[in-house]
Each structure stands twice: as structure tokens, then as C-alpha cells.
Design a protein around this ligand. Structure first.
Ligand code: DI6
Ligand code: FE
Length: 403
């Protein structure tokens, strides 16, 4: 006797083993037991089974819960004032030299007590959840010292404990040079590698590390030192690479067996080849592309040709991607980058799960996976990408429970 049996629904399983677009099973059914999917198939194939609760869904579509594999959603304050000034003509550089930009968020994040940081971040997490997200990756990177980076990661952990969502935490110690290290960058990199990283690893506050490899961020050699130390400590690595220029970050990440390289507007074929050989995911972030009014798209055709799977994420952050809607990112991935709706939905489910190293656990509707599901009142899966500003699923199921 199962806990739940969902019937009278269509399934976009996103399972490659199901040979149809979107892994679709029309007139399907899902059996759920102890928070896991125990059976998936056509209604007729599940006819003999019983459950405590049999739930007809009136012809709705069921997808895997959405996975947002790249966010910076824990931070203090916000930068709406800077947004207004930029619209009035102020440049990003002017704002930064007046103490704004990332430095402003670092100040606000350091000042906020842990509880205040949790509560400031909760509405953003709730918005993503209402949009259909059941797993979120959250990065640090606005603390930039041991205590404040640990505080950010603790805040992310507390959010995960108090909301029906899975949280994966990433230490992004090499995000920006903190103001007090302006003329001492080597000292800051040493602090990140020798102090912040081991402290975070020892307290189990993150499962992976990330860095911003860019002219305005950190050099490949600085990133290499950080990745080498992180790998020694058993942490997975991923990288903000080739967003504004090509520093061969994707290839560097590949050397460390990275989970993903993210942004990638400026990646070249050598970088894509290295990613393919290392089995990495390309995480595409159309919110930042849009907000920065970028014109160079990530090389989607090249990624396809080399078989590099593409994830799509919000990059939710206060500066370059103040995005609160996962389905809007799927829409933009199609319209701005040329993904198919099936690629975009895979990018926020199966491929995003792979980008987090959780492909065995979440990301498709398949036997053995966590029962993280979204129920959408739509006529076909492409509607998830077609509507601009879709409010979210009618219902969300997290670990087998309504959420
Ligand atoms: N990529 C970006 O564009 C930013 N961080 C990053 O890794 C900007 C974050 C911010 O402005 O707060
Ligand atoms: Fe980012």
C-alpha cells in the first residue's frame, strides 16, 4: 500500500529512458512511498496498485521539481537604488568607485546578524519556491572574511531547515576583493585558501566551492590555488567562467573535474572540448545576460555539438541578476539563447541536478528519486517557457508531501 498515487495527469518525466519529447507519458500515474517515487508509468500499467490516497489531477502536467543550481540569494540589503542611478546614466564603475556595487552588499551582509540575514533572504527563497523550485544552490561571497562567509552559509542552512526545499551550499570566497584588502590581493587569496576554506570545510558548511574568474574578479592562477586546496579537502568545484572575457576558466575548472562552468558567454571551442572531456555541465544564466544588456550569447550550438549538457539557473543576486522567477529564466533561455523548450526544462531539472552532483537523487520523475514534483495547469510542457511571468505551479510536492 503506497502513500500516494497521482492519476489523471500527464508526466513530463525528463527521463531520457522514456523515448518521447520531455520524456512524456500521457495519461500517466506516479506512486509515492516514504517521500520517494516508487512507480511511474501509464495509468493502465499501475491499475492494480493501491494507495492510502489516490489523487486525480484533472489532466494537469506533472514535472520534476525545479532545480535552481546557481544563486547568491543570501545577502543583506539590496541595490535598487543603484539600479535607479544606473538608469539615470551612472556607470557601474562610477557606482563601484563611490563604494557601491558588490562592496555595498558586502557591507550590508557583514552588518546583518545571522537571524536578520535569514529573514532578509527568506522572501527570495519563497519566491523561487512559489515558482516551482524544490532544490536551490546558494553561494556565499558577500562576507569575504571567515565569520561573515560562515554566517552566510549558516543562514542558507537555516533556510533549508525551516522551508520545504533542498539547499546545496557553495563557498564563493573568491568573489570579490574585500575593501580592506584593496592593495593586498595576495593576502586576501591566502586568507581564502588557508583560513576561510579550511574553516568552512571543517564545520561542514558547504559541499562545493566556486570562484569568479574574471578581470574584475580573480586570475586563473589565484583560482587554481583555491581549487587545489578545496580538492584536497574533498569539496567539489565549479566556476564563474568566461562571463565578460575569455580567461580559459572553463578549461581550468575541467582540470579539477568540476561539476560545472557557469555563464560562458565568451567560452571558445577549446574550453567547450575540455568541458565535454571532463563531463561538466554548462550553466547558462540568462538573467545576468539580460540585466547587463549583454549582446554576446553563450555558444549554444557549440555546446550541443560537443555534447555538453546545458543547465539554466536564476543567478539570483542583488547586482547583476535580481531574478525571482525560475520559469522566466526558461523563457529567456529559449528566446535569448535559442534553447528548445525541452532543453530549457531539462536545464532546470535533470541537467541542473547533474550540475549539483545530485543526478541520482532528483531532477527526473523516475523510480528511486525523491518525490519532488510540480503540478502545472497547462496543456503542454512548452507552456512553461512560452508564458512570460507564469505565476508558478498549481501545487508543489516536496519529498512526497504537499509543500
Ligand atoms: N558574477 C556577477 O556578475 C556578479 N557576481 C558574479 O559572480 C555580480 C554580483 C553583484 O554585483 O553583487
Ligand atoms: Fe553568479
Amino acid at each position: 500500500m503506497w502513500d500516494r498515487l497521482l492519476v489523471d495527469c500527464n508526466l513530463a518525466t525528463m527521463d531520457p529512458a522514456v523515448e518521447a519529447a520531455f520524456g512524456a507519458i500521457e495519461n500517466g500515474a506516479i506512486g509515492i512511498q516514504d517521500g520517494r517515487i516508487v512507480r511511474v508509468g501509464r495509468r493502465t500499467e499501475l491499475a492494480g496498485y493501491q494507495a492510502k490516497k489516490v489523487e486525480p489531477l484533472g489532466g494537469a502536467w506533472v514535472t520534476p521539481g525545479l532545480v535552481d543550481c546557481h544563486t547568491h540569494l543570501v545577502f543583506g540589503g539590496n541595490r535598487a537604488g543603484e539600479f535607479e542611478r544606473r538608469l539615470e546614466g551612472a556607470s557601474y564603475a562610477e557606482i563601484a568607485s563611490a563604494g557601491g556595487g558588490i562592496a555595498a552588499t558586502v557591507r550590508a551582509t557583514r552588518e546583518a546578524p545571522l537571524e536578520a540575514l535569514v529573514e532578509a533572504s527568506r522572501p527570495r527563497l519563497k519566491a523561487l519556491m512559489q515558482g516551482g523550485v524544490t532544490t536551490v544552490e546558494i553561494k556565499s561571497g558577500y562576507g569575504l572574511d571567515i565569520d561573515a562567509e560562515a554566517k552566510m552559509l549558516r543562514a542558507a542552512g537555516l533556510l533549508g531547515e525551516s522551508e520545504k526545499v533542498r539547499i546545496e551550499r557553495t563557498l564563493l570566497a573568491l568573489h570579490a576583493l574585500p575593501p580592506e584588502y584593496r592593495d593586498r590581493r595576495e593576502d586576501y587569496v591566502r586568507l581564502a585558501v588557508d583560513s576561510i576554506l579550511p574553516a568552512v570545510a571543517q564545520q561542514g558548511l558547504a559541499s562545493s566551492v566556486d570562484a569568479f574568474c574574471e578581470g574584475i574578479g580573480f586570475t586563473p592562477e589565484e583560482v587554481r590555488a583555491f581549487f587545489a586546496a578545496a580538492s584536497e579537502l574533498g569539496l567539489k568545484v565549479k566556476l564563474h567562467a568566461e562571463q565578460l572575457s575569455n580567461l580559459q576558466g572553463a578549461a581550468l575548472a575541467a582540470e579539477f573535474g568540476a561539476l560545472s562552468a557557469d555563464h560562458l558567454e565568451h567560452v571558445d571551442e577549446a574550453g567547450v572540448r575540455a568541458m565535454a572531456a571532463a563531463g561538466m555541465v554548462a550553466v547558462l544564466l540568462p538573467g545576468a545576460f539580460y540585466a547587463l544588456k549583454e549582446t554576446k550569447c553563450p555558444p549554444v550550438e557549440l555546446l550541443r555539438r560537443h555534447g555538453v549538457p546545458m543547465a539554466v539557473a536564476t543567478d539570483c543576486n542583488p547586482g547583476t541578476s535580481p531574478v525571482l522567477s525560475p520559469t522566466l529564466m526558461m523563457s529567456m533561455a529559449c528566446t535569448l539563447f535559442g534553447l528548445t523548450p525541452e532543453e530549457a526544462l531539462a536545464g532546470m531539472t535533470r541537467v541542473a541536478a547533474k550540475a549539483l552532483g545530485l543526478a541520482d537523487e532528483i531532477g527526473t520523475i523516475a523510480v528511486g528519486k525523491a518525490a519532488d514534483l510540480c503540478i502545472w495547469r497547462i496543456g503542454r510542457p512548452a507552456e512553461l517557457c512560452y508564458w512570460i511571468g507564469l505565476p508558478g505551479p498549481e501545487r508543489r510536492i516536496f519529498a512526497g508531501e504537499d509543500a
